[in-house]
Design a protein around this ligand. Structure first.
Ligand code: BG6
Length: 469
């Protein structure tokens, strides 16, 4: 539908930007922090830096927050490192870690920026991992206790909470994210048991926040990417329905309705992946409700019907770690209508609106976009500036579609693109840059880690200031 007039962004729209602790902070073993699965990752993808220094935000957060304020950000989405608060995940509380996030939140609020906190962004404490990680039900209790500490310490000052970042991708592509060993990839029965425990843990903490801090709001933060059929062939359409259920709705149906999605459940039954559900689990799941749905959006995916020939799995975007398709379930395909980023990821701004519409239609909850952005090899020009017009173009096209979705009648209250400043990618080092602010370092040369605002940050300042494109 073509509209004659667009609905404006709400006057209190949370324009912001996003980061995660391990990708930006550095100081991986300072002030009592324990190791996470990311720190214990071995080996790191070849030719890329580790996460020990990252963007050194731990030591430079004041300078960074001042720059966010200069850009005019209304919100800042960041994650808390579980291993700073409880170094081994379940034991003693580390006061220095607790204090660090008090200071960070103070600084954010002092600049009039709204903090949006992710409780867990890929960096499970290594000590818990060594006891079975999410496969061990004790991790549910450890997460619930960690959440209690966070809500007691920061609940009076943080209004927006996100439970688990991209739980669905940790299950579906944990190897590339560095959250699971390569040998786990094929052990899907174990993965879906982990998944079940994470869902129960999420429900517990949503409930706990509502009991402790009734005025605060909480939601899940999966990566939702609408699945398209490769053609109008009914079998392809059915494959898209199935993969939507497995990749997307399994996670949101559970978060919102406390029920397993029927198609996803049939898939798990058929494959022998159904998790063990203990008495009381379904009650915990159905007694928790999110206040909103947060989600990360980068692209859509396209599938066709499985041919069952052993070649349904394809490599996406030339990136050997990113696979699409599952033998006998659906076949990975590419979309000929979509341009690609330098890293081979299809760009689909219209798919962003399609995804917003589909999520809202299914759940009728307010939406927050917690990630969206362009990874590129930004280079300093002869004047020491970053002229990232390609990123402006990417953000423009997505914000334009977001406004069309608002005009469609969808309730969206914030947008925090990835990322506030350059940080370390999950598996492609620091040369793959997403930031509004450049951090001057290379993979193995830290230089001065100087901050330089990119052209896109000046453009974004205007969008925020005038609350429109
Ligand atoms: C999301 C993650 O998957 O995408 C981020 O939540 C990640 O942590 C971002 O950095 C971009 O992906 P990548 O692999 O390019 O770093």
């Amino acid at each position: 539908m073509k509209y004659r007039q667009l609905t404006p962004f709400p006057h209190d729209f949370l324009w912001g930007a996003s980061t995660s602790a391990y990708q930006v902070e550095g100081a991986w073993n300072e002030d009592g922090k324990g190791p996470s699965v990311i720190d214990a990752r071995n080996p790191y993808p070849e030719g890329t830096t580790d996460f020990t220094v990252a963007s050194d935000h731990y030591h430079r957060y004041k300078e960074d927050i001042a720059l966010f304020a200069e850009i005019g950000l209304k919100s800042y989405r960041f994650s808390i490192a579980w291993t700073r608060i409880i170094p081994d995940g379940s034991g003693e509380i580390n006061q220095a870690g607790v204090d660090f996030y008090h200071q960070l939140i103070d600084e954010i609020l002092r600049h009039g920026i709204v903090p949006i906190v992710t409780m867990y962004h890929f960096d499970l404490p290594q000590a818990l991992q060594e006891q079975g990680g999410w496969y061990n039900r004790k991790t549910i209790d450890a997460f619930a206790r960690y959440a209690d500490v966070l809500f007691d310490e920061y609940g009076s000052r943080v209004k927006y909470w996100l439970t688990i970042n991209e739980q669905n991708l940790m299950i579906l592509q944990g190897v590339s994210l560095g959250t699971m060993d390569a040998n786990m990839e094929s052990q899907k029965k174990i993965l879906y048991q982990q998944n079940h425990h994470m869902l129960v843990a999420q429900a517990k903490v949503m409930r706990a926040l509502h009991d402790k801090v009734p005025e605060a709001k909480i939601g899940p933060a999966p990566n939702i990417s609408l699945i398209y059929p490769a053609s109008a062939k009914p079998e392809d359409i059915q494959a898209a329905f199935n993969y939507n259920a497995i990749r997307n709705w399994l996670y949101l149906d559970m978060a919102v309705h406390g029920k397993y999605n029927v198609m996803a459940w049939r898939y798990m039954q058929e494959k022998g992946y159904t998790p063990e559900i203990l008495p009381g689990d379904m009650e915990i799941l159905s007694n928790a409700k999110p206040d909103f749905i947060a989600f990360n959006y980068y692209t859509t995916q396209t599938v066709e019907a499985s041919r069952g020939d052993g070649h349904d799995e394809v490599i996406r975007g030339g990136n050997k770690l990113l696979k699409s398709g599952e033998d006998g379930v659906h076949r990975g395909a590419s979309n000929p209508y979509l341009p690609r980023t330098e890293f081979g990821i299809e760009m689909d701004p219209v798919g962003f609106r399609n995804t917003l519409r589909e999520i809202y239609d299914r759940y009728h909850l307010p939406l927050l976009i917690t990630e969206n952005g362009l990874g590129a090899f930004d280079k300093l020009d002869e004047n020491g500036q970053i002229n990232d017009t390609y990123r402006i173009n990417y953000l423009y096209l997505h914000i334009e579609q977001m406004q069309l979705a608002i005009t469609d009648g969808i309730e969206i209250f914030g947008y925090t693109p990835w990322s506030a400043l350059d940080l370390i990618s999950t598996h492609q080092g620091c040369s793959k840059r997403y930031g509004l602010i450049y951090v001057d370092r290379d993979e193995f040369d830290l230089k001065q880690l100087k901050r330089i605002r990119k052209l896109s940050s000046y453009w974004y300042s205007d969008v925020i200031k005038y609350n429109t494109l």
